[in-house]
Ligand binder design. Structure first.
Ligand code: C5P
Length: 218
């Protein structure tokens, strides 16, 4: 695949609900970058699995991913806890990761012309998807703060779930995401650690922006 030259590429890895999506959106707006929330693709496949227990196959996944409309990834049904857990289970599969990888590469390296580059967030972005990214971040927060934030999000979406259930689900996903064989979540030495436990969204972005501006404009 031909890569677009001289583009800004930002790779972000993070455990669930650490604030990476919020920061990725702020980065994309500020630097006019195409944003791809890669977790949504696994969530979409997780939902396919829940809906097609018997018919679920690699061919089905490939067909659906090849024909996906990016606007569908904004669908609120992808935000449920059941879908998130199903996503973490299908994400263990090497062949599924390969299908997703191929799909993501074109957005990572050939974002639409109107953008100055791309920003991707997920679990294997620095380690697999955008290994040569211009900026590499690892965004994290304590599990309790992450669970609290996700719980508040669910409340805002009118999803009935107890805080304890959210915490349990994050623990399960953290374990699945860190311990899987293919594309596990880990921080590389060359990525910059941003701990959002005690940072507001604004303070966190200020930190990221300072790092990016220094390299881009100095
Ligand atoms: O980020 P989000 O919580 O939406 O991701 C849902 C699940 O998709 C994660 O728990 C993880 O198992 C999987 N995922 C992944 N690789 C990515 C992004 C998400 O395995 N790059």
């Amino acid at each position: 695949m031909k890569k677009r030259k001289n583009i800004i590429t930002v790779a972000i890895d993070s455990p669930a609900a650490a604030g990476a999506g919020t920061q990725a959106k702020l980065i994309s707006k500020n630097y006019n970058l195409f944003y791809l929330d890669t977790g949504k693709i696994y969530r979409y496949i997780g939902m396919l699995k829940l809906q097609n227990q018997k018919k679920f196959s690699y061919n089905l996944v490939k067909y659906k991913i090849d024909n996906i409309k990016l606007s569908y990834l904004k669908n609120k049904s992808l935000l449920s806890n059941d879908v998130a857990l199903s996503a973490a289970k299908v994400a263990k599969d090497k062949k599924i990761r390969h299908i997703v990888h191929k799909f993501q590469q074109k957005y990572a390296y050939r974002p639409p012309k109107k953008y100055n580059g791309s920003v991707l967030d997920g679990r294997d972005i620095v380690t697999v998807q955008l290994r040569d990214a211009m900026f590499k971040f690892f965004i994290t927060a304590s599990i309790k703060v992450r669970a609290r934030r996700r719980y508040i999000e669910y409340k805002g979406l009118n999803k009935k779930i107890a805080y304890k259930e959210v915490l349990k689900s994050l623990r399960i996903r953290d374990k699945l995401d860190k311990e899987r064989k293919y594309g596990p979540l880990k921080k590389t030495k060359d990525s910059i650690l941003i701990n959002t436990t005690k940072l507001s969204k604004k303070a966190c972005f200020k930190k990221i922006k300072a790092i990016m501006d220094k390299k881009l404009y100095n």
